[in-house]
Ligand binder design. Structure first.
Ligand code: GDP
Length: 369
């Protein structure tokens, strides 16, 4: 039905199968559109009728081309990250395309960070992580897009640093960039019509410009898909289930050497060597954590994944990548991070192993709390 039809808004080829990709239109809307001889993709439809921005992602090549174009502008770059998944939020090579433009680093989803974690400590930590990745933000700020917290402070900072220039908002998919921009649009009563303007050269995507004043705009850019994110191995339903929606409550485990924690069937933590100690898990509060003996863990996983250890569900197990082992020896109190799922805080001088689906990283950092 959708063959060869183009959106009359942005010109993208209409398709009904891949939500979040260019040209997506639900089948029912396509039928209506064909009757009215006016087919819009969902993104353009919502933009026109609800003044609302929808997430859209691009392929690596298009995305890199687009970033290259930002380097040539004189603008403020607002870089949105998910503070619960900082490593999964990194844009490869961001420091190269930033050029000499200032970067305002925005940590979204502040609402899910444990309240035991001081906010100044969090922003210091974000700045440090940015520096490690070659980015020196002019400022760091925390927001919660879906709770509409911190929006006024963010807008004040944008105004302070943009000095009349355009603002480019960048971020990988799933960090909540669209939610944040829609919140900004809502709070800025002056904004009436979102406009799609010229195309980002070399890509199939139109720019969405949100006018700030007569001379400058805020420009939404598509998210890049970060292959390292757990999000790509889970269905939308499961993703909702493992992504914290509320404040994460730390869970304390007293572990002996030779014990294992399964994080549902998605990941695994082994205490390989060290004195009996406390380990603290920071995960979605309802994520099932199962303790077992390390020596039986392989067999236990093989037997129970998809059943007791779910997600993944039984019909997804065959598609789900094998867990891969990453070993760490700590010298200071550290966090073992399972990209997109959360982390376990471990004491100094222990050997531990983190297992995650092949393709998803497990990393170590100095403890955040
Ligand atoms: P985008 O791909 O970066 O545009 O991300 P979306 O705006 O589509 O949001 C991705 C997911 O994060 C959605 O499930 C949102 O509900 C959720 N989300 C966005 N902002 C927040 C926030 O401030 N706190 C929490 N807990 N979730 C958020």
């Amino acid at each position: 039905l959708a063959e060869g039809i183009h959106c009359i808004g942005c010109g993208a080829l209409i398709q009904t199968t891949e939500k979040g990709a260019l040209g997506f239109t639900p089948m029912s809307a396509l039928k209506k559109g064909l009757e009215a001889e006016e087919v819009y993709c969902q993104r353009c439809f919502r933009l026109r009728h609800y003044n609302e921005i929808q997430p859209v992602s691009l392929t690596d090549d298009d995305f890199r081309r687009l970033l290259g174009q930002i380097a040539d502008t004189d603008s403020l770059i607002v870089y949105v990250v998910d503070i619960f998944d900082f490593t999964g939020s990194l844009i490869p090579g961001l420091h190269r395309f930033v050029g000499s433009n200032p970067v305002l680093l925005v940590g979204n989803k502040a609402d899910i960070m444990p309240s035991s974690l001081k906010r100044t400590k969090l922003t210091d930590w974000m700045r440090q992580q940015a520096n490690i990745n070659g980015i020196r933000p002019v400022d760091v700020t925390l927001v919660s897009a879906n709770k509409a917290h911190g929006i006024d402070t963010l807008l004040a900072k944008i105004d302070k640093y943009r000095k009349g220039r355009d603002v480019y908002v960048v971020g990988v998919t799933n960090v909540g960039k669209s939610t944040l921009i829609n919140e900004i649009i809502k709070s800025k009563t002056g904004i009436r019509d979102l406009i799609t303007t010229s195309r980002f050269p070399g890509t199939t995507l139109d720019k969405i410009e949100i006018p700030f004043d007569d001379n400058s705009n805020m420009i939404d850019t598509p998210g890049i898909i970060h292959q390292d994110q757990m999000a790509h191995y889970l269905s939308a339903k499961e993703l909702k289930f493992v992504s914290p929606q509320k404040e994460v409550k730390p869970a304390i485990y007293q572990l002996n050497e030779g014990q294992t924690l399964f994080l549902a069937g998605l990941a695994r933590f082994d205490f390989v060597q060290g004195e009996r100690n406390s380990f603290i898990g920071y995960f979605e509060n309802n994520l099932m954590i199962h303790r077992t003996k390390l020596e039986n863990a392989d067999a236990f996983y093989a037997k129970h994944v998809g059943e007791l250890l779910a997600p993944p569900t039984s019909d997804e197990v065959t598609e789900f990548p094998e867990l891969q082992r990453h070993e760490f020896r700590t010298t200071v109190k550290s966090d073992i991070i399972f990209n997109g799922l959360g982390w376990v805080t471990v004491p100094a001088n222990v050997t531990v192993a983190g297992w995650a689906p092949k393709g998803v990283s497990v990393m170590v950092r100095a403890a955040m709390v």
